[in-house]
Design a binder for this molecule. Sequence first.
Ligand SMILES: NC(=O)c1ccc[n+]([C@@H]2O[C@H](COP(=O)([O-])OP(=O)(O)OC[C@H]3O[C@@H](n4cnc5c(N)ncnc54)[C@H](O)[C@@H]3O)[C@@H](O)[C@H]2O)c1
Length: 255
Amino acid sequence: MGKGHKDKVAVITGAAKGIGQAFAKRLAEDGVHVAIADMADGRETVKLVESAGRNALAVICDVSSEDSVAAMGRRVQEKFGRVDIVVNCAGIYPQQDFSAMTFADWRRVLSINLDGTFLVTAAFVPGMRARKWGRVVNMASSTFGSVTTGFAHYVASKGGVIGFTRGLAGDVAADGITVNAIAPGLTRSPGTIVRKPRPGFANMDEEFVAIASLQAIKRPEVPDDLVGALSFLTSDDAAFMTGQTLNVDGGRVRS
Ligand SMILES: NC(=O)c1ccc[n+]([C@@H]2O[C@H](COP(=O)([O-])OP(=O)(O)OC[C@H]3O[C@@H](n4cnc5c(N)ncnc54)[C@H](O)[C@@H]3O)[C@@H](O)[C@H]2O)c1
């Protein structure tokens, strides 16, 4: 049980699978009830949360749509009556050379990764303010702190997420709300194992091994490597930490 976690309510976007699903399982084990907001079916994650003895709700939601986020907010409010923790984990990372990147490609990545983070946070901060307690955790990426190719829109979106994390932290601090980010390294997830490898790699397995060789801890990262950081950042123990980005990447990015 995390300190201060018992019977809190979290909304985790992108929790139908991958890192978001691991986050949902861990927060449930910490004592938190969890709403899963995802474009995909979240039933598998609901089972994981319920197996940990907590209440769960899955809502189909496109975080890049204002209407969809508003409807999700109403459903979560009806079911739980409050939201204490927001985890903005929904994200996409299409590997794409800049020469082929259209404005539509750019907008799609920015609208899900950055606008979505804004919309979901904005939906729940007023309730946190009223109760004088809240935790917002955003998903950054080690790509922002290292040299990478084929992800200009994605890296820009994650730089925006880090900027939003820092900017919002000051605005809500007086209301007992902290805002932090987690920056994973390349992590084996349903999304990465099927994505197009970067030029120079025959397949994603080669890319996982190559990135791991750049880390201090030389094995590929998995979603469970990230859950401890989330548990800490959403607990009472992290009450004096805000506007920060935690690198959880096996020691690749040093900053
Ligand atoms: N896996 C990595 O290597 C890695 C590294 C750094 C950062 N991240 C970040 O971590 C987060 C999760 O990554 P992952 O690897 O688990 O991804 P994933 O593709 O395995 O899962 C992402 C989830 O987000 C959902 N989603 C996508 N678009 C959505 C939308 N518009 N609205 C609601 N839900 C949507 C998907 O349905 C899916 O369930 C992302 O923000 C990603 O940028 C991942």
